[in-house]
Write a protein that binds this ligand. Structure first.
Ligand code: SAH
Length: 207
């Protein structure tokens, strides 16, 4: 899987290393284990999916490439949409602290079970509505969303540190979902629209 990621253009050594350390098969249903290292999203229950490895790697690479992360490494990261906890585990190897929020209690608990044996002391699992971010951990060097909305919640921009970067799937006018990067600079927020993506919807409230 990691060789394919490198061949597909992922260059950051820390990202390739993290993707090789975290065993994706431990995060999917036993019936899907034989597909765990294919570049495909897979169901994780409650109509949600674990993202494709290439998309996880791409988003992580965007985070480590942020202005603020280039010197001294990536600090505190906020992930919206814990799901099964896979991406949080990957992030734990490239960031100093990972705060991850999930709105579905069933998946929040599943992630806790999946991550327990890994004993990742820098991962903080939170149950709540990630559209409000998580103010107690702010400011964040990076914010990464694993679910796609219609607009970037103001709370995410507010909770981003100066020099920090937000990476999120977002719908353009017309409905096409793309990867959006927002950098917080001394001159304001700088936004870049990258490639089309397919993420589950960002929803408000908890369930
Ligand atoms: N990073 C996850 C991907 C899970 S899919 C993994 O590695 O498995 C995206 C997740 O975002 C779903 O579990 C969904 O419930 C969650 N989600 C959607 N809207 C949310 C919100 N407002 N706050 C927190 N989680 C949300």
């Amino acid at each position: 899987m990691v060789q394919k990621l490198a061949a597909g253009g992922i260059c950051a050594p820390s990202v390739l290393q993290a993707m090789s350390v975290v065993e994706r098969h431990r995060f999917v249903d036993s019936a899907l284990v034989n597909q765990a290292y294919e570049d495909t999203s897979l169901p994780i229950g409650l109509a949600q999916t674990i993202s494709k490895p290439s998309v996880v790697a791409r988003m992580c690479e965007l985070l480590v490439g942020a202005e603020g992360a280039r010197t001294g490494g990536l600090g505190r990261v906020l992930e919206i949409g814990t799901g099964c906890g896979y991406q949080a585990a990957v992030l734990s190897h490239i960031a100093r602290e990972v705060y991850t929020v999930e709105r579905l209690r069933g998946l929040h608990e599943k992630a806790r079970d999946n991550l327990r044996h890994l004993r990742l002391a820098n991962v903080h699992l939170l149950f709540g509505d990630g559209m409000q971010g998580y103010a107690k951990g702010a400011p964040y060097a990076a914010i990464i969303a694993a679910a796609g909305g219609e607009a970037v919640p103001q709370a995410w921009c507010d909770q981003l540190a100066m020099g920090g970067r937000l990476v999120a799937p977002m719908a353009l006018v017309g409905g096409q979902q793309v990867l959006l990067v927002i950098d917080k600079t001394a001159h304001g927020l700088k936004q870049s629209v990258l490639e089309p993506v397919h993420f589950v919807p960002l929803k408000s409230g908890i369930a």
